[in-house]
Structure formats: C-alpha cells, structure tokens
Design a protein around this ligand. Structure first.
Ligand code: ADP
Ligand code: MG
Length: 584
C-alpha cells in the first residue's frame, strides 16, 4: 500500500453515483432500451403458447409465425442500440473519472506527493478508472434492468401457474444463500489485485526514471524480480477473484437448471392430473429459461460491482489526499508588478510530524530588488527556504511575508506566477526544448525567447541543433548536458518575467565562461527584480548585496562578504575552503 493515510469515508457506490450523475439520462435511455428487449422477449412464450395450442387444435399458424419473426427482429435491433448507448455512457463515466482524478492529482499538496508513489497514483488514473466501465454498464444497468426483468418475469410466471412459481422461487432462494458467502470474497481479491497493479506501476516508474543508474549498478535482475513479484501478485489475486466469480456465475446457472428440472417434473405431474394444459407447462418452462438471463445479469452485476468496488476504493483513497483548493472562497490580493520584498519571521518547520525540525526559527528580511545569497553547509535548510516561499509546504510556526503580507493571504496561483523558481538539479521535462522554455509562460513571444536564449547562452546550442527549439530533450532532459539543463531551467524562469527569482544552485554545473556570463545576466535581472540565490561559488556569493549564512536550520549571520569574512567564523571557513574549491 503506497498511498498516505487513507481514512474512512462515504461508501464507494456514492463516488460511483457522482461520476454517473451527469450521464443519468443516457444511462436511463440505454437501460430502457435494454429493458424493452427484455419485455419483447417476455411476450414470446405467450406467442409460443398460442402457436402450440393452434397446432394441437389443427388451427392455421401463419399469423403467429409472422408475429414471432417480427418480435425477434425488433428485439435484436433494440438490443443493439441499447448496448451501444450503454457502452458509450460507460466510456463517458470513465472519461469523467479520469478527468476529475487527474485534475485532482495535479493539485495535490507536495507533502501528500512526498508520501505517495507516483507510479501508484498513475495506475489509479489509468488502470483503476478503466474498471468503472464495467461497473457502470454491467453493475448499475445489470442490477436495474436485470432486476426489473426478473420481477416482470416472476409476475408473468405467477400469472401462468402459481404452484410452479413457488417451486422455482424455492430453488432461487437456496442459490441466493450460497451467493451471499461467495460475493464478498470477489471484492477483497480484486482490491488486492488492483493494489498490486499500483505497486507494479510504482516499481516501473522508479526504475524507468533511473534506468541508467539501474543498468550501471547491474541491478536489472533484482529490479526485474520486484516487478515480476508485483505482477504475479496481481495475477494471483485476479485469479482468486475469477475463481469466486466463476463459482458465483455457475451457482446461478446450476440453480436455474435445477429449477428447470424440478418444474418439468412437478409440471409434468400437473399436466398428467389435468391441472394445467401442456401449453401452460411449455410457457412456464420458457419463462424459467428466460429467468436465466436476468438472474445471470443480476449475479454478474453484483460480482462485477465487487470487482469494480476495489478500484473505486483506490480512486477514493487518492481523492482523500490533501490537495490545494481548486478555487479560493474569496478572491485574495495578487502581487503587484513591482519586485517583491520578502521576510521570514521566526519560521519553524519540519517535513513531517515524525521528522526532526529543519528550520528552528529562521528569521531574515530581503528588500525589494537586489540579490541575496544563501550559503551554508549541505542540509542547512537553504532549499527548504525556497520550498516554503513557493508554499509547497506551510511552516508550523512563524510567518513568511511578501510585501509585508503573510503568504496565506495571497492568492496562491497568482503568488506563484510572480515567482521564477529554478529548482536544485534543474529539472527538464521530456518533450521539446520549446515545451520546456514555454512551460512557465506559454504566451512568451519569439523576440522574448530569442533574447532569453542569448542571455542564457543557449543560442549557440539551438543554432547547432538540426531541429532547433523543436529538438526533443529525452526523459528528464537526458539528451542535454548538466550545464545545458541548468541553462534551460534558468531561461524558463526568466521567460516568466518574475518579480521574485529563486535560483537554487542554478549555475553549479556551468563551465567558467558560461558561469561568468550567467552571473552578469543575474546581476542585470537583480536591478529590477528581487533575486535569491543558493550558491557555492565565491564569484556568485561575493557579488550579492547581502549574504544569509545558514547552518543546521538557523540563520547564523547576515551581511556582505567583507563583513562576514571578518565577523563569522563559519562563513570565513566556507569562503576559504568550499567556495574556493568550486569557484569557477
Ligand atoms: P540544503 O538545501 O541547505 O542542503 P535542504 O533544505 O534541502 O538543505 O534540506 C534540509 C533538511 O531537510 C535535510 O536534512 C534533508 O534531508 C531534509 N529534507 C529535505 N527535503 C525533504 C523532504 N521532502 N522530506 C523530508 N525531509 C527532507
Ligand atoms: Mg539544497
């Protein structure tokens, strides 16, 4: 189970009804068509009785035959239309669920993502939603139409002969008891089968995301075993579900055959005593025969629902993960066009309740415009400062303000749109260079793109590539060098024209020439924008207007390079060793 803290909630069928509601009229139309088929079929035994009676009394049978043929053809046409409408509706239900679930997952809060497996979440959108198709058509419609047909058939049987009806119902009741034991087992097995599909998705995602490392570590065989184990577990559980489904289906079939034989025996005796005519017995036997289909349908619907209920439960679990609100209850202020001032006031933060604090009261203030460098040993909490500014996480105590207003009083999407963020390790998405550059500002015009390509020194690369900006960069940008990836990430952030630019070790992999060029670009941007950088290079750090020295979740000192070299021993040591070692 790779999803965070599922807790009890409304039953799964409520969720299903939510997805079905927009299509209720189409579903009803499909069900009515299906029902019409059933009803048409229902008249057939009566026609048959007329036919047999006509035959045994030497009357002409032409009209009855034509009537029968007309009925059968209509039946088939209505049936085909009905199943098309139903299938179409079921596909719409799947589409609705996929849309809702993918929108929801994109809005998940980062802590929820931290605690989940992306591959498992993916399986919930792709694989689990597929099962809703059968649940919609077979279960909802099956229970509806099958149930109604069942009742109608039973009423007709009662009209034909009450004694034989009693015999039939007795047999059905016995079968129902057996089914009550079997059906819940299908549910359990199918939930476990879908969970195993989720585990498989998670392993695949993990491995395909780092296939080079897996190969380089010679770990293919072990990883293969993990995936196979999950696939086999899914197989095992699906086979278990299939076993119980088969048992359920055949229990129903067997019950009907027993009913048929019993009715034949009892009915035969009644014909012999003259209580009923042969035609009546044949009609009743035909009804018993017809009962098969709605009973199979209802039993199939129940077993199918049990299979789908596992998937529904998994969809429901995903929908209970905390997400950012879709729309805010009241419009919150949006940051203006001016560069943003920023302050942390005694911020305490940890990634989870059972993890140690990462920020133990972090306090600093950054005025609008200018460049602030964050330095400190690895693990000091520098990247976490940026994550908190983006509101990927909220602090446990203390306040973070932008332009003097606490972060939670800004409209979140608009606040983020004011920020350009280059993550540590500069993620590049698969797709083209253009997709990556325009990710944060799809409306950027060509002149702007050309300008940014120049300032990030990507123009040479783009000119060299035969397909230019349309070059595909591979999964996570593996077709680019580390330095190129970083420059793509910086260009992407610059194209947003941010009021606050956050660069987390954004130039760590650049060569000296490119680094110097980017440094000038950033200095230029800092004249009109508030720029925060996490940097290890002395050259970058010394040009900052102020330097925040962090260590073990606290701010040790704030000052200029000159002040800190003299005033802070940790900074002096970093400047003397680490910075110089990596200075380009
Ligand atoms: P820095 O950027 O200064 O190297 P970070 O802010 O990335 O440090 O990390 C500070 C601490 O928080 C580290 O000990 C790290 O292991 C931990 N940490 C970072 N991200 C997470 C996360 N998503 N979940 C749990 N712990 C985390
Ligand atoms: Mg970091």
């Amino acid at each position: 189970m790779s999803i965070a803290e599922p807790h009890a909630g409304p039953p799964a069928w409520r969720l299903l009804l939510g997805y079905v509601r927009p299509h209720r009229w189409a579903l009803l139309a499909g069900a009515l068509l299906a029902l019409t088929t059933g009803a048409t079929g229902l008249v057939l035994p009566l026609v048959a009785r007329g036919l047999i009676d006509d035959l045994s009394h030497d009357r002409p049978i032409g009209r009855a035959l034509i009537g029968m043929a007309a009925l059968v053809v209509t039946n088939a046409a209505v049936g085909a239309l009905g199943s098309y409408v139903l299938r179409r509706t079921a596909e719409s239900v799947v589409l609705g669920a996929r849309r809702a679930l993918s929108s929801y997952l994109l809005r998940l809060r980062i802590p929820a993502v931290d605690r989940s497996e992306p591959g498992d979440l993916m399986a919930r959108i792709t694989s689990d939603t597929t099962l809703l198709r059968e649940v919609t058509t077979d279960s909802l419609v099956g229970i509806g139409t099958g149930g109604l047909t069942l009742v109608a058939t039973v009423v007709m049987m009662g009209l034909v002969d009450v004694v034989l009806l009693g015999v039939t119902l007795g047999v059905i009741l016995c079968a129902g008891t057996v089914l009550g034991v079997i059906v819940p087992r299908i549910n359990r097995a199918s939930k476990q089968a879908q969970d195993a599909v989720g585990v498989m998705g998670a392993s695949l995602e993990r491995i395909l995301g780092a296939l080079r490392t897996v190969k380089a570590s010679g770990a293919e065989h072990r990883e293969e075993q993990t995936i196979h184990a999950a696939a086999e577990e899914s197989w095992r559980q699906s086979v278990r579900a299939a076993k119980w489904s088969a048992a359920a289906g055949n229990t129903a079939g067997l019950a009907m055959q027993i009913a048929f034989i019993t009715v034949l025996a009892v009915g035969g005796a009644r014909v012999a005593t003259g209580a009923i005519e042969v035609g009546t017995l044949v009609a009743f036997l035909l009804y018993v025969f017809y009962l098969m289909s709605p009973i199979q349908q209802v039993v199939g619907a129940i077993t199918q629902y049990q299979t789908g209920a596992g998937a529904l439960a998994r969809i429901q679990e995903a929908l209970r993960l905390p997400a950012e609100p879709d729309a805010l209850p009241a419009p919150l202020p949006t940051p203006g066009a001016a560069p943003a001032a920023l302050a942390f006031d005694d911020v305490r933060f940890r990634y989870a309740d059972d993890l140690p604090y990462v920020h133990h009261g972090v306090t600093f203030a950054v005025p609008a415009r200018g460049m602030t460098a964050f330095v400190g040993p690895s693990g000091a909490g520098k990247t976490t400062v940026f994550s908190l500014i983006e509101r990927f996480y909220d602090p446990e105590a203390g306040v973070i303000t932008v332009d003097g207003r606490p972060l939670d009083e800004w409209d979140l999407p608009r606040l983020r749109s004011a920020i350009g963020y280059v993550e540590q390790d500069a993620p590049v998405l698969s797709g083209s260079l253009r997709d990556n550059l325009l990710l944060g500002n799809p409306e950027a015009d060509d002149a702007d793109v050309t300008r940014v390509l120049k300032t990030t020194r990507l123009d040479g690369l783009v000119a060299r590539l035969p397909r230019g900006l349309d070059t595909l960069v591979g999964h996570r940008g593996t077709k680019l060098s580390g330095g190129e990836r970083q420059r793509v990430a910086i260009a992407r952030a610059l194209l947003r024209h941010p009021r606050l630019l956050l660069l987390d070790e954004a130039t760590s992999q650049l060569d000296a020439v490119n680094e110097a060029a980017l440094r000038d670009t950033v200095a230029d941007v800092a004249r009109t924008t508030t720029v925060l950088v996490v940097a290890h290079r002395l050259s970058t750090v010394t040009m900052a207007d102020r330097i925040v020295v962090m260590d073990a979740g606290r701010v040790r000192a704030v000052g200029t390079h000159r002040e800190l070299v003299a005033g802070d021993p940790l900074y002096a040591e970093l400047a003397a060793t680490q910075f110089l070692a990596t200075a380009g």
